[in-house]
Design a protein around this ligand. Sequence first.
Ligand code: NAD
Length: 302
Amino acid sequence: MATILDGKAHADRMLESVRLGVEDRKAKGLRAPGLAVVLVGDDPASHVYVRNKSAACAKVGITSIEHRLNADTPQAVLDALIDRLNADSEVDGILVQLPLPKGLDSKEALHRISPAKDVDGFHPMNQGLLLEGLPGLRPCTPSACMSLLAHHGVDLKGLRAVVLGRSEIVGKPMALMLLEQHATVTIAHSRTKDLPGVCREADLLVAAVGRPGLVEGSWIKPGAVVVDVGINRIEDPALGQRIFAAEPRKLETLRSKGAVLCGDVRFGEAMLVASAVTPVPGGVGPLTIAGLLTNALMAANA
Ligand code: NAD
């Protein structure tokens, strides 16, 4: 049986380190880091994320300042708010919660954030620094995954790593960070031929696709480390039957509650083949906020 890589426990370690960093600033007479969160519209999932972010800020002593705008806010108003936050000396980090409502250009908004305050690490300047292997604010989910792997002593040097998914938020930056640590990296995606065969070559498999249970146990090399970034909510009992064959408890939750969260990897099958696996929920999910607050502290200290 594989080891379960506990993301919640690692997120708590990361948050404790941020809390100590904030205390350290206060001991030096500096103010708490300030994180501005811009939430446009009323997407229920975004509201939950923003609430969780604010709660995590409160725990570690970061001042969180929420800015809520209506869904029909014009781009110019959003841009003007970002300009104001860029100029505000009390604000160290700016986060624009995605997705933005239709009619707003998320690239334009993200590119407008000052690179020094870009705690999501999505600005082209910070992406360029990552590409060059230079320090900068890096995307939270992949950098927190790297921190989890380091904590568990996964030696990436020379390892064959496959990253499934090529998004700018997870797949591409994850691949660059693994490359920086001397892994031999393949990025696989929706057009990759023989996906199972490519995955089977991986000593480290990172799945960031958003397809429930895509990765079967037979796609995993025996002894591989598996990081499952996907978070999928499924309600379809037939899909559940197919992907939870080795996870009766998930199937039971789906039956009793009508929905269940799962990753891109069939966790029960992976546990029988891999050496270590992140669960969903409780794996990569909690790490992202910890990565964000780590970035907020870094931006304040820069
Ligand atoms: P995205 O939709 O931007 O990118 C998905 C990628 O998967 C694309 O590059 C696409 O080429 C690839 N893909 C799609 N279908 C595929 C298939 N059948 N076979 C192979 N590749 C395929 O998604 P994203 O923003 O990178 O997020 C991916 C998943 O990770 C989602 O489930 C998302 O909810 C989750 N996520 C979790 C966290 C977290 O905190 N744990 C953070 C970000 C994203």
